[in-house]
Design a protein around this ligand. Structure first.
Ligand code: SAM
Length: 288
């Protein structure tokens, strides 16, 4: 019989060479597989590890040692307080993307009549689903170029009971629309192609979700060129960026939307992370 404490210690030692946070990774894995909290795992080293759980954890450790990221091994991850199913077709949602969600919620709270939104490059669906869950009158078109990612996003929307308000469409950026959007959220690939192979953090995640081409701005640039067709007067666009791209994306945004107010916001680590574009409301005819 193996105790939890012994096996946890073994696992931490095995992960030491492949992880920057072997303690946390092992605790998270054990907590998930045993259906307990991390605090419980630490407080019960004497607990007996059921044989089945022991075998499943050993298989997980092999995957982690092969450098499969922990969220893919677990098959799910948390974003904005919600649990999202993940596969290797979907980007692992990042905490810094919560800034985009918070800004979208600010805009929607200040403009309560706006309720038609798009999420471009939806991946696991985390942005659209977090927003639809928080704002019950909001409806979305959520697109991705990857069909396997869209299937995961749809499954997540069903789990969180918002599938009726989010239409998932496979598309390059956004399909043509009859009704322009009030809000467009875009977390598109933005890593410069030549930087991608050097990034440890990007190992194991889909290149389609990360590779932003030359200087990282090929897809965002194309998005901004087309965006004036998709957004309504008074609408808001939120674009997540890589930390070095603030000034360049802001100038592309100003070129696409000369009358809009554009800003670059920093994430909690102090890096440029989000470009916001707020369009003016159309003047009514008697204002002219
Ligand atoms: C950085 S990931 C973001 C995923 C998710 N929104 C998130 O925040 O975790 C970018 C996503 O955009 C998708 N994508 C890449 N190129 C695209 C394009 N031209 N049109 C639509 N989606 C695209 C990728 O498949 C990927 O799911």
């Amino acid at each position: 019989m193996t105790t939890l404490g012994e096996e946890l210690k073994h696992s931490i030692e095995s992960l030491d060479e492949v992880s920057d946070s072997p303690n946390l990774d092992a605790q998270t894995l054990f907590a998930d597989r045993m259906g307990k909290s991390k605090a419980w795992i630490l407080a019960h080293p004497e607990a007996e590890l059921p044989v089945k759980t022991h075998h499943s954890i050993q298989a997980d450790i092999i995957q982690l040692k092969n450098r499969v990221p922990l969220p893919y091994v677990l098959g799910h991850w948390e974003f904005y307080g919600l649990d999202f199913i993940l596969t290797q077709d979907t980007l692992i949602p990042r905490p810094e993307t919560e800034l985009l969600v918070e800004q979208a919620l600010n805009y929607l709270s200040q403009h309560p009549k706006k309720k038609w939104a798009a999420d471009v490059g939806t991946g696991s669906g985390c942005i659209a689903i977090a927003l639809a869950k928080t704002k019950p009158n909001l409806s979305f078109i959520a697109t991705d170029i990857s069909y396997p990612a869209l299937k995961v996003a749809h499954e997540n929307a069903s789990r969180h009971d918002v599938a009726k308000r989010i239409q998932f469409i496979q598309s390059d950026l956004l399909p043509p629309v009859n009704q322009p959007y009030d809000l467009i959220c875009a977390n598109l690939p933005y890593i410069p192609a030549d930087l991608l192979p050097t990034l440890k953090v990007a190992k194991g995640e889909p290149a389609l979700a990360l590779d932003g081409g030359l200087n990282g701005l090929e897809i965002i640039g194309r998005f901004l060129e087309s965006a004036p067709h998709w957004i309504s007067p008074g609408g808001c666009l939120l674009i997540e960026i890589e930390q070095s791209q603030g000034p360049l994306v802001q100038s592309l945004a100003r070129r696409a939307f000369p009358l809009a107010e554009t800003n670059v916001l920093k994430d909690l680590a102090g890096f440029d992370r989000l470009v916001t574009i707020q369009l003016p409301e159309k003047k009514s005819s008697n204002e002219d």
